[in-house]
Design a protein around this ligand. Structure first.
Ligand SMILES: Cc1ncc(COP(=O)(O)O)c(C=O)c1O
Ligand SMILES: [Zn+2]
Length: 389
C-alpha cells in the first residue's frame, strides 16, 4: 500500500511544510498543522472496493494516513469499533433512530488509541525516540502503550489526582510517570521544560500534526459502516476537540475521493457545565475560545480549559449547522447507569454526556426524533472506577 501524503499545511495561514521532518505547530503563526494528501491521484486509485478484505482496524485507510512505509505502523489493533443501534436508550431519550459507536473497545479502552497509534508510528518513521505529554487521562496510557510497542521512551507529566487507571497503565507499559502537585496546565509547563532540557518530543493533542489523522478514521469508519451515508447528527464529547475536527476533515477527504456526497451530519459538541469554553465561544459568536477558569468535571477528557484547535472546532460545528451545549456531572453519572441498565454498555462519563446532550437536543427541538443520531462513547467506564459516585 502507498500513502498519498504530500505535505503539512497550516489550518490558519495556509503555509506549507515538509511532512518528512519533525514538526509541531506552524512556524509562522503558531496554529495547528494538518497533513495533506494528493487526493486527485488517490481518487483514481484508492477505491472503496479496495477496502474489502482488509483487516478491521483503522489502518485499512492507509492510503489516506500519514505514514510512508507500512513497516513503521505501530498497532495494537485500534479502530473499526462497532456501531450499535440502541433502541431502548432511544426510547428513553426520545429518539427513534439512535446509534452508539463504542470506542471503549479500542486497545487501552479509549479512542485515544487511534491518535497515539498514528502519532507514535510517525515519530518512529521520523526517527524520534523520546516522547512526552502532559495528560490527566486516557491519552497518557495510550501514549505509553504505543511507545512500549514501538520501543520508544515515554515521559508523562500528570496531576497527582488523575484517575488511578491512567497512572497504572503508564507504569505497566514502562513509561516514566511524573506526578505533579498542580493542574494539567502546570503539568504542561513542566513537560515543555523537560522537552527542551532532555530532547523529548511533545505529542500534546493538535500540537503535533498526526494524532488528528488517527482520530479522523472514526469519520471514515462511520461512513463505511453506514453504507457510505452519514448519519444526520453526530454527538461528540469535546475536550481538545481532536475527534470532532478529525471527523470533519475525514468527511471532506471522502467527498474529494468521490466516496460520499456533500451531505454532512450536524456536529454537536458536548462539554461539562464547569468547563465549557467552546460552548461559551459558540454562544458569543467568537472565532476563538477564552480559557475557562477553575475547570472541574469528573469527565477528565472534557476537562480542557483551553483548546489550541478552538477555531477548528467552532468552524466544524457552525459549518455543519450543529451547536455546542453543556451537561452536568450529575446528569452524566445518572445517564451512565441508565445506559448500563438499558443497553449493557458501561460507558465513560464523556460517552454518557453525549446521551445527555442528545436528550436535551431533542427536548429543545434542535434534532428531530426521526433523524439518525450517532453517539460517540469515547471510552470504557472501567477506567473511571475511582471517579464515579
Ligand atoms: C474518554 C474521552 N472522551 C473525550 C475526550 C475528548 O477528546 P477530544 O480531545 O477529541 O475532544 C477525551 C480526551 O481526553 C477522552 O479521554
Ligand atoms: Zn500558520
Amino acid at each position: 500500500m502507498k500513502s498519498y501524503l504530500t505535505n503539512l499545511e497550516c489550518t490558519y495561514c495556509s503555509e506549507t511544510f515538509s511532512a518528512d521532518e519533525p514538526m509541531r505547530l506552524c512556524d509562522k503563526c503558531g496554529k495547528v498543522l494538518y497533513p495533506r494528501y494528493d487526493i486527485s491521484t488517490a481518487s483514481k486509485n484508492f477505491t472503496k472496493d479496495l477496502l474489502r478484505g482488509r483487516a478491521p482496524n483503522m489502518w485499512r485507510y492507509f492510503e489516506m494516513m500519514p505514514i510512508r512505509e507500512e513497516c513503521n505502523v505501530v498497532t495494537l489493533g485500534e479502530g473499526f469499533t462497532p456501531i450499535f443501534e440502541t433502541k431502548a436508550l432511544g426510547g428513553e431519550i426520545g429518539s427513534k433512530a439512535l446509534f452508539l459507536k463504542d470506542e471503549g473497545l479500542n486497545p487501552t479502552a479509549s479512542f485515544k488509541a487511534r491518535g497515539l497509534s498514528a502519532a507514535v508510528s510517525k515519530a518512529k518513521e521520523l526517527g524520534i525516540n523520546k516522547l512526552t505529554m502532559p495528560s490527566a487521562g486516557n491519552a497518557a496510557g495510550a501514549m505509553a502503550s504505543y511507545a512500549a510497542r514501538a520501543g520508544l521512551e515515554a515521559f508523562v507529566f500528570m496531576p497527582q489526582d488523575a484517575p488511578e487507571a491512567n497512572q497504572k497503565e503508564v507504569t505497566v507499559s514502562g513509561g516514566n510517570l511524573n506526578l505533579i502537585d498542580g493542574l494539567i496546565s502546570d503539568a504542561g509547563v513542566i513537560s515543555r521544560g523537560k522537552a527542551t532540557e532532555m530532547g523529548l518530543f511533545d505529542v500534546s493533542t493538535l500540537q503535533e500534526p498526526y494524532r488528528v489523522e488517527g482520530k479522523k478514521t472514526m469519520g471514515y469508519e462511520i461512513a463505511e459502516q453506514s453504507g457510505w451515508i452519514l448519519p444526520d447528527n453526530i454527538i461528540y464529547p469535546t475536550g481538545g476537540g481532536t475527534g470532532i475536527v478529525g471527523m470533519w476533515k475525514a468527511f471532506q477527504e471522502m467527498e474529494d475521493l468521490g466516496w460520499i456526497s456533500s451531505k454532512r451530519p450536524k456536529m454537536f459538541a458536548i462539554q461539562a457545565e464547569n468547563c465549557a469554553p467552546i460552548v461559551r465561544a459558540f454562544e458569543n459568536g467568537d472565532e476563538f475560545a477564552e480559557p475557562w477558569e477553575n475547570a472541574s468535571t469528573m469527565a477528565a477528557g472534557m476537562r480542557v480549559p483551553s483548546a489550541i484547535g478552538d477555531y477548528l472546532i467552532l468552524n466544524a460545528i457552525r459549518e455543519s449547522g450543529g451547536c455546542a451545549l453543556t451537561v452536568s456531572d450529575t446528569e452524566m453519572a445518572d445517564m451512565t447507569n441508565i445506559i448500563g441498565s438499558l443497553e449493557g454498555f458501561f460507558v465513560c462519563p464523556e460517552g454518557a454526556a453525549t446521551a445527555c446532550g442528545a436528550k436535551k437536543l431533542i427536548e429543545y427541538n434542535l434534532i428531530d426524533s426521526e433523524e439518525t443520531t450517532l453517539l460517540l462513547n469515547t471510552g470504557s467506564g472501567l477506567k473511571y472506577l475511582d471517579m464515579l459516585p
